[in-house]
Design a protein around this ligand. Structure first.
Ligand SMILES: [Zn+2]
Length: 236
């Protein structure tokens, strides 16, 4: 079995949520130390890791970065973590690359820095790493995200792939509850919110650009547990 699969098969069994990647970061840091890197654990009080290799010859500082955290799910009513975004694979690939780089003696000048970042899914892990000095003196950084079945499948290559940042906002629709038999006496927040979802979906965006807009959550509060009352509040 290849080394990368060995790492992946282990990391896949220990999914941990953002900033709680204790077993994951311990595994990665130990392997990096064993490979010969100077490893700093606990960056900025998190589970983040910075590992460095210095050629001893002046030159640029290149960084490779992977994320470590899993996603939170509710499965059969239980809250749990699962590696459904592939960060176990990212860590495995970068760890294997780091080991191979040492084995092959590739770094002839400058320094190589390997970053294992926590809490990508929470959106705050990168900031914690940057504020902890992980990017100080870095001239160039390379990171990646697996896309195994979409833009570039296994065995294919593309000259460039661009990703967008994301931002979110919440909207609350306030209605006026009414008995389901007399809807004209109230304002049905659910109907208004449903219209808004479809209106957002109807925004025409060029398909060749890497952006999209969509509703991803719909919470309806009827204020009572009976179906015959039109809801008073919907959050999107
Ligand atoms: Zn991800």
């Amino acid at each position: 079995m290849s080394i990368v699969l060995e790492h992946y098969n282990y990391l896949h069994t220990i999914p941990e949520l953002g900033f709680q990647e204790f077993k994951t970061s311990d595994y990665l840091a130990s392997k990096m130390e064993a490979a010969g890197y100077r490893v700093t654990r606990g960056i900025n009080g998190t589970t983040g890791i910075v590992a460095e290799l210095d050629s001893g010859v002046p030159g640029p500082l290149l960084a490779l970065r992977a994320d470590m955290d899993a996603l939170g799910h509710i499965i059969d009513g239980e809250h749990c973590a699962r590696h459904t975004c592939g960060h176990d694979a990212h860590s495995s690939v970068v760890l294997t690359a780091a080991q191979e780089i040492i084995r092959e003696g590739i770094v002839k000048k400058g320094r190589l820095r390997i970053l294992f970042q926590p809490a990508e899914e929470l959106g705050t892990g990168a900031i914690a790493m940057v504020e902890g000095g992980a990017l100080d003196d870095v001239d160039m950084i390379l990171g990646f995200h697996l896309r195994p079945v979409e833009e570039c499948v296994l065995g294919e290559a593309v000259p460039a792939m661009h990703y967008s940042a994301s931002s979110t906002f919440e909207v609350t629709f306030h209605g006026k509850p009414a008995h389901g038999a007399r809807p004209h006496q109230g304002v049905n927040a659910l109907e208004a919110a449903a219209q808004a979802v479809m209106a957002v979906k109807a925004i025409p965006l060029p398909q060749h650009l890497t952006w999209s807009v969509k509703a991803t959550r719909f919470l309806c509060d009827a204020g009572v547990t009976r179906f015959q009352i039109a809801p008073r509040c919907v959050e999107i």
